[in-house]
Design a protein around this ligand. Structure first.
Ligand SMILES: [Zn+2]
Length: 142
């Protein structure tokens, strides 16, 4: 049986590392400094995660701020560990618009989970920002 905490951690990993680690406040700050569709995604994911998080807290009866802080650090820790277990993940850059596809992060807003390799994207996959095909992407060495 999956516990609410395990469900929450799986969800955090699904949403991707950056989103999972950003509090809604941090996400909003990021967006104000660097407005982009990506920043908007992070805010949305972060709000979603916070809602899931609160639901989980109710179920497992976390009440004190100490318990809350300890739970959050536990989650962050597990998400980090899960993402680190993926060596050899690469980044691919769109030659047309410079969109960067990071295999480690995937593209949660298009239902591509973290750690999906570029090769494993469907053949008809298109750049989310400019709609060109996979053949317009090059390996990013940076
Ligand atoms: Zn593009």
């Amino acid at each position: 049986m999956t516990t609410p905490l395990e469900t929450l951690i799986a969800r955090a990993i699904d949403l991707g590392l950056r989103s999972s680690l950003a509090t809604p406040r941090a996400a909003a700050l990021l967006a104000s400094k660097n407005p982009s569709p990506e920043a908007a995604d992070i805010i949305r994911d972060s709000n979603q995660l916070t809602a899931d998080y609160k639901a989980c807290l109710k179920e497992i009866e976390v009440t004190t701020p100490q318990q809350y802080a300890s739970l959050r650090s536990q989650i962050v820790d597990q998400v980090r560990r899960a993402m680190k277990k993926q060596p050899g993940m690469r980044k691919w850059r769109c030659k047309v618009c410079n969109f960067l596809y990071d295999e480690r992060i995937g593209l949660p807003r298009r239902n591509i989970p973290p750690t999906t390799s570029f090769q494993d994207l469907p053949p008809d996959w298109e750049c989310p920002d400019c709609d060109v095909g996979k053949e317009q992407f090059v390996l990013d060495q940076g």
